[in-house]
Design a protein around this ligand. Structure first.
Ligand code: ADP
Ligand code: MG
Length: 160
């Protein structure tokens, strides 16, 4: 687990770019944080780093967007989702088990029982001391993403 801080949207975008350099197929990111924390902004920059050229928008109403980058990228937003059954309907469980895709889930913590065994949990909090400050905490859940989280921590804190 590690934490880091950003002071602006641009810094959050740069953090997502760093993450994009290490992330590989078969990784699920679960993003937690209040409205306006920066989840979508982080996803946008990460998707662009992963080779997506078109617009990346929040799938609040349609629940999921699929983008083509270095691999298929599945972007979920569970904010408006009311029941776990709907996840079944949109094929959520096939996507989160897909070893060839990268899955990014906003508001994942609304349905903790539906999350896969292994994922990177990313909590974004407002820094109470600074209007545009955000605190990012990366945690590996399950053993499979532990190495990735360690590598990310090193990259973010030491630059390599
Ligand atoms: P979420 O998806 O978590 O609801 P968004 O990414 O849509 O949040 O919006 C984040 C908002 O906060 C944007 O308007 C952005 O400009 C603003 N913001 C201010 N400071 C930051 C920061 N350090 N990181 C990310 N967003 C920030
Ligand atoms: Mg959002």
């Amino acid at each position: 687990m590690f934490s880091c801080h950003t002071d602006s949207p641009a810094e959050t975008a740069a953090l997502a770019e760093l993450v994009g350099k290490k992330v590989h197929e078969g990784t699920v990111f679960c993003l937690e944080g209040d409205l306006g924390a920066g989840k979508t902004l982080f996803v946008q920059s990460l998707a662009h780093t992963l080779g997506v050229t078109g617009e990346v928008t929040s799938p609040t109403f349609n629940l999921m967007n699929v983008y083509e980058g270095i691999c298929p990228i599945f972007h979920f937003d569970l904010y408006r989702l009311e029941s776990a059954e709907e996840l079944e309907d949109i094929g959520f469980f096939e996507y989160t088990e897909d070893p060839e895709g990268i899955v990014l889930i906003e508001w994942a913590d609304k349905f903790p029982e539906c999350l896969p065994e292994n994922y990177v949990r990313l909590c974004i909090e407002h820094d109470p001391a600074e209007e545009n400050g955000r605190i990012f905490t990366f945690t590996s859940i399950g053993s499979q993403q532990q190495k990735l989280v360690e590598e990310l921590g090193r990259l973010v804190h030491t630059g390599n």
